[in-house]
Unconditional design. Structure first.
Length: 154
């Protein structure tokens, strides 16, 4: 009887604990480098990786362009980000469900210029798409635009 009680207690306790553990976000890239010119690097986990077409871009990556650089990134929801010379772009948040087109996007332009053509997340849930600069946050409602940030914020 005592062993059954312990087994029942352990089974219930593990079930209750599991109910409070948040589901893991599926690992994988937010997007990838589609085009680039000149010097472009991706900073990930303290390492600077030279970018090339096809380089995956993960949440938390800083994409930097040199004086001669530019980069085009396509996210999984078909959002297109283009950064010009001397730019630093941080993919702060990206979640996307391809079955429902729901998700969220927050990208931060720390320095330089970038243009955006929004994708499926903005079409489905425009309130979940935001772009941050050192001085403001832009909420986007399904459009294309250009941002220019002067100075060094990182």
């Amino acid at each position: 009887m005592r062993i059954r009680f312990r087994l029942l207690f352990l089974a219930l306790a593990s079930g209750l604990w599991a109910a409070h553990v948040p589901a893991a976000e599926p690992a994988g890239p937010a997007g990838m480098v589609k085009t680039l010119q000149g010097s472009v690097t991706v900073e990930r986990a303290g390492q600077r990786i030279p970018a090339s077409a096809g380089t995956p871009v993960l949440v938390g990556d800083r994409v930097r362009t040199g004086h001669d650089g530019s980069v085009g990134i396509t996210l999984r929801d078909d959002t297109r980000l283009t950064a010009g010379p001397d730019s630093t772009l941080l993919i702060t948040e990206f979640r996307y469900n391809p079955n429902t087109s729901e998700g969220s996007l927050l990208a931060s332009l720390l320095k330089g210029t970038f243009s955006v053509i929004t994708g499926l997340i903005a079409k489905r849930s425009p309130e979940n798409v935001n772009f941050r600069t050192p001085t403001m946050t832009l909420g986007i409602r399904g459009t294309e635009f250009v941002v220019d940030v002067k100075g060094e914020a990182d």
